[in-house]
Write a new protein. Sequence first.
Lengths: 112, 416
Amino acid sequence: MKLITAVIQPHRLDDVKAALEAAGVRGMTVSEASGYGRQKGHTEVYRGAEYTVDLVPKVRVEVLVEDGDALTLAGVVVNAAQSGKIGDGKVWVSPVEEVIRVRTGATGPDAL
Amino acid sequence: MEELNFGATAWMLTSASLVLLMTPGLALFYGGMTRSKSVLNMMMMSFGAMGVIGVVYVLWGWSMSYGSDVGGIFGNPFDQFGLAATIYDESGEFIIDGFGVPQIVGVAFQVTFAIITTALISGAIADRTKFSTWMVFVALWVTLGYFPLAHMVWGGGLLSGAGPFASIAAPIDFAGGTVVHINAGVAGLVLALIIGKRRGFGREPMRPHNLPLVMLGAALLWFGWFGFNAGSAFTADGVAGLAWVNTTSATAAAMLGWLLTERVKHGKATSLGAASGVVAGLVAITPAAGALNPVTSLVLGALAGVLCALAVGLKFKLGFDDSLDVVGIHLVGGLVGTIAIGFLASGGGLFFGGGFNQLVVQIIIAAIAVLYSGVVTAVLGFALKALMGWRVAEEDEVRGIDLAEHAETAYEEINS
């Protein structure tokens, strides 16, 4: 099993969610995140004092998938999240040792 | 025995209520400008001033402001202690002033000025001040800093029309350029210097955490200021109406002046700039609201908006942490308004054929207010530093003063 983690622009979340649902994904975890990449932050000015805000708001989407689906679904996320502008985010895939469904105790792919 | 004027009395009760609302408005204005970890403490400094001064004023505040004169400096605090001989005359009738308003209504009006003036100072020392020391300071400063200056300017003392400078020209301070704004602005500067900078001042970002609160606070201040300025006519007449229109003219022009200045200097017109410009205009027109016409009020307001917008940057250059710009807005705006009267007053201003007399007198009363407030605040500030200490512990300041001083947080999560 694999964990797909995507850090994306907050306003692309609905598109990503819809695309993953259309591709058959039945669950995900979404959390608010902040960070920066090449986009860096932006500057705000309050009464003449400049503040560099280097952490910008992002959304983190996490999806557990079967090994064979991982790259396809990662591609689905990238397509849905892409605007082509700097700051679109990143998607990565990492291995997962075990998954257990809390309600039933089922393990492995049955728990997805 | 004056006859009761119902219209004037109704207006003065309304004005007193409007001015009282300014202090919770100030709490919002200041509270939105602090970081989210210190908003409750900031608002509590204003509410604390309402508590302390509401008590002090009926005990000796009125008496020290308007009681029998002692050397032109203050009123005798024992004379009308607890408002004795203030409400009723010997025959048990309400004492009525020259405008047909009961004197007890005058007490209501004046206590609200004492509260807002003292609360204004808190913006200079945000995020780091022990609440206990602040509460003691409020009682001492309003007694030694505010009541005497109110007496000097409005209670028939040294800086009033009955004082020695009246032989040059009668000093003009319609609603409190010296007593309120120069007084609070200087006190804020002195305390900011004594208490010292916040940890990380000038290095860490300290951005306002809630600008909608700031806008709401500015709106309430503008609304309440009609009581402050139009109420300072002491009756419901043409002067009150003139003060109302002058107040709004100056404030509108000051907002535009501030926005234009920051648009040129920093590229954008900001909401904080609009709220700040509003307050700068209100401050500047305060001493002048009865002495200018609506067009000269526009000139004064625009000038104040531009100058205050430029002045708020000074603290970074000069290295003092006047956290929410009490100096840049109230001291600078108060000086601009008080001195501009010398140029712009419809009767007696330099530009209106009055010569230099009014200007000289306005500069004198502004200078005395600066000096008086500076000395009193420095003495109290250093005394309290030695006796109680001003600052919360460093780790409490970092964790957030709301938690350390009040065991509360404004929001579920504290981010900054």
